[in-house]
Design a protein around this ligand. Sequence first.
Ligand SMILES: [Zn+2]
Length: 172
Amino acid sequence: MPTNLRLPAALLAVVLVTAACGSDDTLGAGGQPLFRPAVHLPQGQAAVNRVDPDLRAAFLDAKDAARADGVTLVVNSGWRSPAHQQRLFDEAVQKYGSEEEASRYVATPDESAHVTGDALDIGPPESAAWLGEHGSAYGLCQMFANEPWHFELATSPGGTCPEMLPDSSYRG
Ligand SMILES: [Zn+2]
């Protein structure tokens, strides 16, 4: 991943994201992933503007198709700064008691597809379900069985998505 190419934009964005970003965790009590709508919509818009251009284009195509089906796709999280991702990971370590357990729910900055601009978290749940069903037509795939909201550009349009991993710790 050419993450170094994104660093200038990342540095410029840190102030904005830090100002706008609350907790967008997707972790529920008792270890169950929980969908929770983001409460910081401006960051959501910035997040989608900073993802990989191909991912953004695929998402916008899918969003149009969803709208034709009466479904609204909302980006709850997209690009995240390394610092933001670290905060999310640190929170998960506190919640789950170990880095190993936390990594099942939140990737480290070095491993997160959000930090490289290669992932979008979609809501609400019924909209994510629509994308899970129709996303491959646009190359968009659910990657982890325990994150039905998390999508990446992982196949060609109309292709077959890779088999889901149980959770993000399997990618490391
Ligand atoms: Zn995600």
